[in-house]
Design a protein around this ligand. Structure first.
Ligand code: XIL
Length: 409
């Protein structure tokens, strides 16, 4: 103990982290250093962080001072970034055609990564959410008015949305997908190292393998293979990822595995599995996570944990519906009791499973702190809204050193 006091005075930044993780013995005080031997430790960044301005996109309200602190924490702790929203179709190509692109925010994101020497992920090319209506609307087919609600013009209904005009044809949609992928992947070729090519295509419930999306209805099940082929052509060196959530659930996981095996049998260039890992303080257990990773690694591909957060809300955990708004809303109703300790334990279980499985090459937290998280009410991350480390941070750092979870208590 004698030595500890003078040495700690030299530790910049996370004083408390140093205390618990052992700055005095030269042990790492950052996530990226602690897990260096195992995997990249990344974070999804919002537009405030990418641009350095409090622009208040991504449903996030931070003061300019908070944005600067968030940026400092991102640079200090992480060596990989993912874009929380700014590469999604809705934002990067809000309108049709070559003039319909809005590259500003995505360029800022990529430049942030390059400036800070980070491993840059692109998210996401083909998804049923956050995709503008025009993508699915046709130009040369007769209107399908049969499903139009009373009083609406020609159009078609899908889910809870009404789309104007006729639905596009398979060829039109494939051409739009190809043009989009070539433009976006081509623009960041060599800079974005990993792409989420298809996001959340597997069905949650029932016996169907694939989610009933407009991609599936209009193109057919080969929309997935086509997306990977186009992306591979656009950047042959990029790692192409299939990304989904709820893989802790064995039923959904086995559907995903069937999908990937069928893509592999067709020689589709799917190169990594993304497991989002939006979980809650009560599940999965270490054993369940261990089993998930054992199953997934039988596919022979690297595994990326792409959107990690541990929701402490009473009705936490991402809903099964795949509906983002509903999932975010489900975090209302207060935190579970002892949420912080349970969360620390949950993170410990997860991280122990990740380091046990050598095929886990990258772990991305879905946001830098509780204040900017999409599930802010469930306070799901390692840092609080003031960028201060929470108990879960110290626990995770202990896991990295290989100490048993209770060793420092
Ligand atoms: C979320 C963002 O965090 C929110 O800001 C946005 O409003 C909705 O999307 N699965 C994904 C991510 O693949 O893109 C989602 O991100 C979270 C669920």
């Amino acid at each position: 103990m004698k030595l500890l006091v003078p040495k700690i005075n030299f530790c910049a930044g996370l004083l408390a982290a140093a205390l618990l993780t052992g700055c005095a013995t030269n042990q790492p005080t950052t996530l990226k250093a602690a897990f260096k031997k195992h995997f990249y430790v990344g974070v999804a960044i919002n537009r405030d962080i990418a641009t350095g301005d409090a622009v208040q996109a991504d449903n996030v309200r931070r003061t300019p001072e908070q944005v600067q602190k968030d940026i400092a924490l991102v640079k200090e702790q992480f060596n990989q970034i993912s874009p929380e929203n700014d590469m999604k179709w809705q934002i990067i190509q809000p309108r049709p055609g070559p003039d319909g692109y809005n590259f500003g925010p995505a360029d800022a994101y990529v430049n942030f990564g390059l400036r800070n020497h980070m491993y840059i992920v692109g998210h996401c090319l083909v998804w049923h959410n956050q995709t503008p209506n025009w993508v699915f609307q046709g130009t040369n087919l007769p209107p399908e008015t049969a499903n139009a609600p009373e009083g609406r013009g020609p159009g078609f209904v899908f889910g809870s949305y009404f789309y104007n005009g006729p639905r596009c044809s398979r060829d039109e949609l494939l051409e739009r997908m190809r043009e989009h992928i070539f433009t976006v992947v081509g623009r960041y070729k060599g800079k974005v190292k990993v792409w989420d090519v298809v996001n959340e295509a597997v069905a949650d419930n029932g016996t169907n393998l694939l989610r009933n999306s407009l991609w599936l209805q209009i193109i057919g099940p080969d929309f997935i293979a086509k997306a990977f082929e186009y992306a591979h052509e656009a950047d042959p060196h990029a790692i192409l990822r299939y990304n989904d959530y709820g893989l802790e659930n064995p039923v959904k996981r086995h559907k995903l595995m069937a999908l990937i095996k069928s893509l592999q049998a067709q020689r589709v260039p799917v190169m990594a599995i993304g497991s989002q890992t939006h979980v809650s303080v009560s599940s999965p257990t270490f054993e369940q996570e261990d089993q998930e990773l054992t199953d997934l690694e039988s596919l022979g591909l690297p595994i990326h944990i792409t959107e990690l957060d541990v929701n402490g809300a009473r009705r936490g955990q991402r809903g099964n519906s795949g509906d983002i708004a509903a999932s975010a809303a489900s975090t209302e109703g207060g935190l579970v009791s002892e949420a912080e300790q349970k969360q620390a334990d949950a993170y410990s279980n997860l991280l122990r499973a990740f380091i046990k499985h050598k095929s886990v090459k990258l772990v991305t937290f879905w946001g830098v702190n509780d204040g900017v998280s999409w599930l802010a009410r469930g306070r799901p991350l390692l840092f609080d809204a003031n960028d201060q480390p929470k108990p879960a941070f110290y626990t995770v750092m202990r896991v990295a050193t290989g100490k048993p979870p209770e060793a420092d208590k």
